[in-house]
Design a protein around this ligand. Structure first.
Ligand code: PEP
Ligand code: MG
Length: 909
């Protein structure tokens, strides 16, 4: 095997302990292809084959089928010949046939999102040869029947016509089973399979008006093109959009010699993980089926058996069957085929060490010989992600930096969500148990169809089994419950990838889609009934169960310590109440980057005084109302300062347009008029007066403080007095007073003067002083351009990237959701710029603002307090811009701490 210099290679071969590619070529060969090459090169037995590159997928999208076939035909033919010589069989030969598989493989794993065709290269003649050669007629005809079924579905579009419809091939099989009085596919006789093949082909002809293709090469090209097409199929597009994977990545196509798990009782197929993907525990585990092909394990149609004896025993406890029954009916691979098990165990150890990460492997045993079909870094829950990385570190397999880089930051989110309240859980009525497929707590109303998951605010999707079509609904639902399927079923794998709570294989459930009922024993539950799932134990609980806050402990806490050790950017939190501040501090926030004072005014007892202030026409009247607000604000600040003892707390002066505070409903307007002893009309007039065409660009931010200085005075007083009160109690505070929405230097200067004068007056009154700083938000594009001038007056900057995005794009924050999804769908924008910082535009303003600010004040403290402060790609960008800290919502703090460490490691490597 040789790659010629200067000639573009589109097909990469592997097999027999050699390979053209390697694992570093994921972008070109896709994850699966790169790993097959790597495995082959390190001596793991993989069925020989080749990979058509992802670039060819893009060429296919541009040039179309015929042109692409012309481009790769020679290379593919040579690669098929190479498989033929390694396997000692010939593609399409009626005496000694080689059968092949065609699988997709993008650079990232997209389980079940794209298409696969197995047993390719078979027809009425080849099947005879296969039967003779293997001396197994049943196997040969079963392979043929499977091929027509898969090729028909994937390439020829033989799918159910509506959601209530069943698969056209399944329908034919069900009909035959019924006629023959049998239940399982494995009970079909050779004659049954022959009849099925005949009926399947007939169904194809009737539906598409053409004969089923008999030429193996036509079958091969049809399948390759179908895989390329599946990259743009609905499922894949949805998955790609959800994860932000660009369309131009394309998928590779992997073509391999078929190996058979369905050649009898000495054959089988399975999926295994080097560690537990749900908990992270260091135990080899997995599932397999005797006499089956790969899709049988993941489809959840048959209940798979465990790979290890330990797993099998644990499973028996959950399945409530006794040891004898387990041993007889569901023996582990370790017990049933000890030699094969030992070999598999050896490979899993080699592969985990080689990849230095938990592996998810697929294997097939063909007539007593083990083949590894695939390995990849296993998908895992957030909890497992943390445990595995910390364990690998402790085992000396990876370094601290590698452990941190193994983390997918957003996955930590799962560990930061509520768990079931332990007291409530004690009272819970467990109605059944299933497999703990993906941990977490979920409570919601039952829905039976994925496309109806949005019917309730909190829904639990209850299915017999799930399929890739259900993806969108699974994403919407709070939890997933299936009656069938094991730990590697579609539902389980996808749910773990999403970090969604899932219980699979709950055999005690009887689900009736038509009646929309779920029956357990003699109890019946209906659509809309509350149900709760404990994905960590597999317990299915009747009704709604209360949840409680999660804790940062164990390996998670160790990880955070490690992150802080490697990070050199600080993480603060946006917190408006002492309670928010407490959550933030518990999650390791190193300060508060933004307290939005207006949120405090919306509380019932305060809104009244606020409204009186706004409705008042005189300074005296406003001061009067502000007087009422002062003690409340002061005590809020005291609470926050106390929780954040010793840390910086940035408090922002009033920002939103005043009309947000006034009542718009007649009844409330009346109430207010009565309380203030003014006429209803006067209230109405004032409300009308405050209406603005563009409130976001209107009378808000420092424009309020500059037109109503008494507001700034009152807020400054509340901050400084609170800090002084704490000082009296020996509590150290670091108040930072922040002026919002500054666009000119004067705007800031006016505010700063008020703040400084007020503070000085208080210091004089109390004969006590305090250190504090006065800075500004940078959120108006103009402010970034004159940042040097502003920095001469301001002690610190904090970029308000929400407003900065709004004003740089000219997209209203409040209305953009009307068109942004369409922009993203059409590819006008790649992502929502309010979620991920637009590095090209808004990001440049952040850079300019920072540089210009520091050009006059080199040690100017610069932070970020827009929503982007909690979003991983944005945090990394801010780090590289030289920002001192990001500030995000309390629940994002651990994520931001991790990303800060990752960004530092990446930047210094
Ligand atoms: C911002 O604009 O980014 C910001 C933090 O302020 P707010 O979201 O309150 O306007
Ligand atoms: Mg703002």
């Amino acid at each position: 095997m040789e790659i010629l210099e200067g000639v573009k290679t589109r097909v990469y071969r592997f097999g027999n302990k050699t390979a053209d590619g390697n694992r570093s070529m994921k972008n070109l060969l896709g994850g699966k292809g790169a790993n097959l090459a790597e495995m082959s090169a390190i001596g793991i037995p993989v069925p020989p084959g080749f990979t058509i590159t992802t670039e060819v997928c893009t060429e296919y999208n541009e040039l179309g089928r015929e042109a692409v076939i012309a481009l790769i035909k020679d290379e593919v033919e040579q690669a098929v010949a190479s498989i033929e010589s390694q396997m000692g069989a010939t593609f399409g030969d009626k005496d000694n046939p080689l059968l092949i598989s065609v699988r997709s493989g993008a650079r990232v794993s997209m389980p079940g999102m794209m298409d696969t065709v197995l047993n390719l290269g078979i027809n009425d003649e080849v099947v005879q040869g296969l039967a003779k050669r293997t001396n197994n007629e049943l196997f040969a005809w079963d392979s043929y029947r499977r091929f027509i079924q898969m090729y028909g579905g994937v390439v020829l579009g033989m799918k159910p016509e509506s959601k209530d419809d069943i698969d056209p091939f399944e329908e034919i099989m069900e009909h035959l089973k019924h006629k023959r009085g049998i239940e399982l596919d494995t009970q079909f006789t050779v004659q049954d399979l022959k009849d099925l093949v005949y009926d399947f082909k007939d169904a194809v002809k009737k539906r598409i008006g053409k004969d089923f293709p008999t030429n193996p090469w036509d079958q091969l090209w049809g399948s390759v093109m179908a895989v390329f097409n599946s990259w743009n199929g609905d499922r894949a597009v949805y998955y790609r959009t959800m994860h932000g994977y660009p369309a131009d990545w394309g998928t590779a196509v992997n073509v391999q010699a078929m190996v058979y798990g369905n050649m009898g009782d000495n054959s089988g197929t399975g999926v295994c993980f080097t560690r537990d993907a749900g908990t992270g525990e260091n135990v080899f585990n997995g599932e397999y089926l005797i006499n089956a092909q790969g899709e049988d394990v993941v489809s959840g149609v048959r209940t798979p058996q465990q790979i290890t004896k330990l797993g099998s025993q644990r499973w028996a406890v959950l399945a409530t069957i006794d040891e004898q029954e387990r041993f007889e009916k569901y023996p582990s691979l370790e017990e049933l085929m000890p030699e094969i098990y030992n070999e598999l165990n050896e490979y899993q150890e080699i592969l985990e060490k080689h990849y230095r990460n938990m592996q998810d492997m697929e294997f097939t045993i063909q007539d007593g010989k083990l083949w590894i079909l695939q390995t990849r870094n296993g998908k895992r829950t957030g909890a497992a992600m943390v445990k595995i990385a910390m364990d690998l570190l402790k085992e000396g397999m990876i370094t601290e930096k590698e452990a941190l880089l193994l983390m997918e930051p957003n996955k930590l989110d799962e560990l930061l969500h509520p768990v079931f309240d332990t007291a409530a859980l004690k009272r819970a009525h467990v109605i059944a148990q299933g497999l703990p497929a993906s941990p977490g707590a979920a409570t919601g109303k039952i829905v039976f169809f994925a496309d109806e998951a949005a019917k309730f605010k909190n829904s639990i999707l209850v299915r017999i089994e799930t399929s890739p079509e259900d993806l969108e609904g699974m994403n919407i639902a709070k939890g997933i419950l299936t009656a069938r399927g094991g730990m590697t079923s579609h539902a389980a794998v996808v749910a773990r990838g999403m970090g969604k709570c899932c219980i699979s294989g709950a055999g005690a459930l009887k689900i009736n889609y038509k009646a929309r009922t779920l029956t357990v024993g003699d109890k019946e539950y209906h659509e809309g009934d509350w149900i709760s799932l404990n994905g960590s134990t597999g317990n299915i609980i009747e009704g709604k169960v209360a949840t409680m806050e999660p804790e940062l402990s164990g390996e998670f806490a160790e990880l955070m310590i490690l992150a802080d050790k490697h990070a050199d950017m600080k993480v603060r939190a946006n917190a408006d109440t002492p309670n928010d501040a407490r959550v933030a501090r518990n999650f390791g926030a190193q300060g508060i980057g933004l307290t939005r004072t207006e949120h405090m005014f919306f509380e019932v007892d305060r809104i009244k005084a606020m409204r009186e202030m706004i409705l008042s026409d005189t300074v005296k009247g406003r001061k009067q109302a502000l007087e009422d607000l002062l003690p409340m604000q002061r005590s809020d600040f005291e609470g926050i300062f106390e929780v954040m003892e010793g840390c910086a707390v940035t408090i922002r002066l009033l920002d939103p347009p005043l009309h947000e505070f006034v009542p718009h409903q007649l009844a409330t307007q009346k109430e207010l008029a009565d309380e203030m002893h003014i006429s209803l009309q006067a209230v109405k007039n004032k409300v009308a007066e405050l209406e603005e065409f563009n409130p976001m660009l209107g009378h808000r931010g420092c424009r309020l403080g500059n037109t109503y200085p008494e507001i700034t005075e009152m807020q400054t007083r509340a901050i400084i007095e609170a800090a002084l009160n704490l000082k009296e109690r020996g509590i150290v505070t670091k108040p930072e007073i922040m002026v919002p929405l500054v666009g000119t230097v004067k705007e800031f200067e006016f505010q700063k003067n008020i703040i400084v004068n007020t503070a000085n007056a208080i210091f004089e009154e109390r004969n006590e002083t305090l250190e504090y700083s006065v800075g500004t938000m940078i959120e108006v594009p103009r402010a970034t351009l004159i940042a040097d001038l502003i920095a001469e007056k301001a002690d610190f900057f904090s970029f308000g990237t929400n407003d900065l995005t709004q004003m740089t794009f000219g997209y209203s924050r409040d209305d953009a959701s009307k068109f942004l999804p369409i922009y993203i769908e059409k590819g006008i924008l790649k992502v929502d710029p309010f979620e991920q910082i637009d590095q090209e535009g808004v990001g440049q303003l952040v850079k300019i603002g920072t540089e210009r600010g520091r050009s006059v004040k080199p040690d100017l403290k610069v932070g970020i307090c827009g929503e982007h402060g909690g979003e991983p790609t944005s945090i990394e960008f801010f780090y590289n811009t030289g920002i001192d800290y990001v500030s995000c919502s309390p629940y994002r703090v651990p994520i931001a701490r991790l990303v800060a460490a990752q960004a530092a490691i990446k930047a210094n490597s």
